[in-house]
Write a protein that binds this ligand. Structure first.
Ligand SMILES: [Zn+2]
Length: 491
């Protein structure tokens, strides 16, 4: 049998509807738009879904047609121009690549454009309209996808990650490629059921190694032992995407057998509902965090502000963590990161070893605390690029834009041009800061940091800063989510 021609593409954005930072074309270009053969060159041997597609292609003998790879840092809504431009690149590429035998896609599943609330569903609808019903589409979605009926209708099969932090992206890409191989050989006929219990959990307690998520995943994996079952996906969802599909999703795909798909999906939805209270809490107040630090005799603490998490669409320029650290005694401490291009420019002008007086952070909006006037010494200037050691995103190049490390009263503060979540030890090591030597490592994040930082921390404390990515959903003025929904309306 001749090798089957399969187009591959990645188009990933997690949209925070409450972010004041629109994702326009310049924003997307800054994140990087990779086209053609470079898609494979860049992704090969990285811990990504695309790398998994490449693995599977070798295994099941697919001829890959690489079209596009765009991973857009989470932020606000995608502008009409950016959305239509990206879809045009993808769909024109598909058109030119015809005849195709299949399509493999790496999507997020929580993209919102200013004119399209279900960005991923609409993408899949247009793709299906273009290639027709006979060419199979298999898509891999993020664990934080807000899966919609439209997405499920338009694909032959979709599957999500099984981990948070997302350390199995490559495995799921590979699994998607294998399932496409079986589809192309006519071995399976997927039937899919989507069930969405009325739940809008926040993700600070969605990590896959502890309850409640671990219990849901354990049950899902057990269900996959049933020979009729092709895939069971539990997606926790992304609440600050203010759309009807926001929230938890259960997707069960069986081989030409809808009844057990429905039964298993209903069972998992009921289990999720039963476990719902386990998704709440787990976040300290500043006072509680201060008490933890006072009680530390030795050892190290990883302190995480979850409300300004760049990878949930936070602007990254809150200085509340720094304001807090300046009031504590524990040193040495290091903070990643504060996005402030003005301060980076100022530090570059002043030069390494110069002392600067700056007004730092708090400039994007009024939701993440006011700026902070500080005096610091410029310790280091960098291009802000480094390669992740992993486990999550191992081999992937991170790009913070130009950066400066400011030493402020014994605290090393990483100031950047771009907002990305610090998920890897190399965010510090590439800036001359040894993370294992700090008493406090202050981060902005939610769950991904755990993959690299939990092994080196004696304690981890999540803390409630002000911001649009926190655990208190009553702070967000929702207009479009399904109501009633837990935990806002239902107990
Ligand atoms: Zn995610």
């Amino acid at each position: 049998m001749a090798r089957r021609r399969v187009a591959i593409a990645e188009l990933s954005h997690e949209t925070n509807s409450f972010s004041s930072v629109p994702v326009d074309l310049a924003f997307v270009e800054r994140c990087g738009i990779v086209r053609g053969p470079a898609v494979i060159e860049q992704a090969r041997d990285t811990a990504t879904v695309l790398a998994g597609f490449i693995d599977a292609a070798a295994e099941v003998e697919l001829e890959l047609v690489p079209l596009l790879s765009v991973w857009i840092t989470p932020a606000g809504k995608v502008t009409r121009e950016a959305y239509e431009t990206l879809l045009a690149v993808l769909l024109t590429g598909i058109e030119r690549a015809q005849p195709l035998d299949g399509v493999l896609l790496a999507l997020h599943g929580a993209m919102v454009a200013e004119h399209v609330s279900d960005g991923d569903g609409e993408l899949l609808r247009r793709l299906r309209a273009l290639i027709g019903s006979r060419v199979p589409i298999v898509a891999v979605l993020d664990l934080h996808a807000n899966i919609s009926p439209l997405m499920v209708q338009q694909v032959d099969l979709l599957l999500g990650y099984h981990t948070y932090p997302h350390v199995d992206q490559r495995e799921q890409g590979q699994q998607a490629g294998r399932l496409l191989g079986r589809l192309l050989r006519g071995e399976i006929r997927p039937t899919t059921v989507l069930v969405k219990p009325p739940m809008l959990p926040t993700s600070q307690r969605m990590t896959s190694d502890r309850p409640p998520m671990r219990l849901l995943f354990d049950r899902a994996r057990a269900m996959e032992h049933d020979p009729r079952v092709l895939d069971v996906t539990v997606a926790g969802g992304f609440p600050p995407a203010d759309v009807p599909e926001a929230g938890l999703s259960i997707v069960v795909t069986t081989d030409n057998d809808p009844a057990p798909a429905q039964q298993l999906a209903d069972e998992l939805a009921a289990l999720a509902w039963e476990l719902r209270h386990g998704f709440l809490g787990g976040v300290a107040t500043w006072e509680e965090a201060a008490a933890t630090i006072r009680a530390m005799i030795r050892g190290s603490l990883v302190l995480v502000d979850i409300a300004d998490n760049p990878w949930s669409g936070g602007p990254g320029d809150s200085v509340e963590l720094l304001r807090f650290l300046l009031q504590q005694q524990a040193r040495p401490a290091a903070l990643a990161l504060v996005r402030d291009p003005e301060v980076v420019a100022h530090c570059r002008q002043a030069g390494v070893r110069a002392t600067v007086d700056v007004v730092l952070g708090g400039k994007t909006d009024s939701l993440h605390g006011p700026p902070l006037r500080v005096r610091g010494r410029v310790r280091l200037l960098s291009d802000g690029r480094y390669i992740n050691a992993g486990p999550m995103h191992a081999g992937v190049t991170a790009d913070l834009g130009r950066t400066a490390v400011l030493a402020i009263e014994g605290i090393a503060v990483l100031v950047t041009e771009r907002a990305e979540s610090p998920i890897d030890l190399n965010v510090f090591r590439s800036h001359g800061i040894e993370p294992t030597e700090q008493r406090i490592l202050a981060l902005k994040g939610k769950g991904h940091f755990r993959a690299a930082f939990e092994p080196i921390a004696e304690q981890v404390v999540l803390v409630k800063g002000p911001g649009i990515t926190g655990s208190d959903l009553t702070r967000l003025p929702f207009r479009n989510i399904r109501r009633p929904i837990w935990p806002l309306d239902l107990a």
